[in-house]
Design a protein around this ligand. Structure first.
Ligand SMILES: [Zn+2]
Length: 266
């Protein structure tokens, strides 16, 4: 990858005595990047979501002021990807397994004395799991603050650099993800194989939509033959560099704000 987690911010490089000696451990920010191993069209590798989460976090941690204590856990490359299972190569955990895995990582962090945990998810098929885990852990331990966040939600340049159609329908392996991958892992992008495919037969004159406020459940093969939802042919490395930088800056702010965060009515 073109950018990596700074070693002094990588949680597994700590010794247990480093953890035991941490000051103000309740405000130390632990970040769990989460991706998926799933098809991303004929032009992108299976790793996309995990690569994006890792690169954005790496950017943020490389810029983060030294006085903010924050550590990255190893990226969880497996996710819940059953909407893509009809395409070979996709590996999916069940909702239950992913939930239990995250609950048990969270319990371990809590037992170690940490009280602030960010779930930094880059896969659009599993934000609901993050929300359930965060709520359940917080109910189990009222002083454990968990933040179930989606990588793309921070202010970023994709709104300026992508067309409106792409922002609405280019939800998988389209211009945004492909541009980012040209920035992060260019040797693994096959632009000559990139094809545009937008979902067909979406409801018109209906309050129901693919990803809106009133959605219907879908599998990717209902909507796309190639596995792509969007137009990757307009992707460029320059766009990817700029989107990565803006996401990274947004995430630096998120980590800062989590560090400062105080629980309401504590
Ligand atoms: Zn993706």
């Amino acid at each position: 990858m073109s950018i990596s987690i700074p070693p002094h911010r990588f949680f597994p490089y700590l010794k247990w005595t480093d953890v035991a000696a941490m000051k103000n451990q309740g405000d130390v920010v632990i970040i769990q990047p989460i991706g998926a191993i799933e098809q991303h069209g004929p032009h992108l590798p299976l790793i996309v979501d995990g690569a994006i989460a890792t690169a954005v976090l790496a950017y943020a941690l490389n810029q983060l002021p030294a006085e903010i204590p924050a550590y990255a856990l190893p990226t969880l490359y497996y996710g819940k990807s059953n909407e893509h299972l009809h395409f070979p190569g996709t590996i999916s955990l069940s909702s239950h397994t992913l939930m239990m895995l995250l609950m048990e990582i969270g319990e371990s962090l809590y037992r170690s004395g940490f009280r602030k945990w960010i779930l930094m998810n880059a896969h659009g098929g599993q934000p609901q799991i993050m929300e359930l885990v965060a709520r359940d852990l917080h109910i189990a331990h009222s002083d454990f603050l968990i933040f179930p966040l989606f990588v793309w939600r921070v202010p970023n340049l994709s709104h300026e650099l992508l067309t409106e159609k792409e922002q609405e329908l280019g939800i998988h392996a389209g211009d945004g993800e492909t541009s980012l991958m040209l920035s992060i892992l260019p040797d693994h992008v096959s632009m000559e194989k990139a094809i545009a495919e937008y979902p067909q037969d979406l409801p018109t004159n209906s309050c129901l939509s693919m990803e809106g406020q009133l959605p219907f459940a879908w599998a990717t093969r209902d909507l796309s033959r190639s596995g792509t939802l969007g137009d990757p042919t307009t992707a460029t490395r320059d766009k990817g560099d700029r989107i990565l930088e803006s996401l990274g800056r947004g995430w630096m702010q998120v980590i800062h704000d989590v560090h400062q965060f105080r629980q309401p009515n504590a």
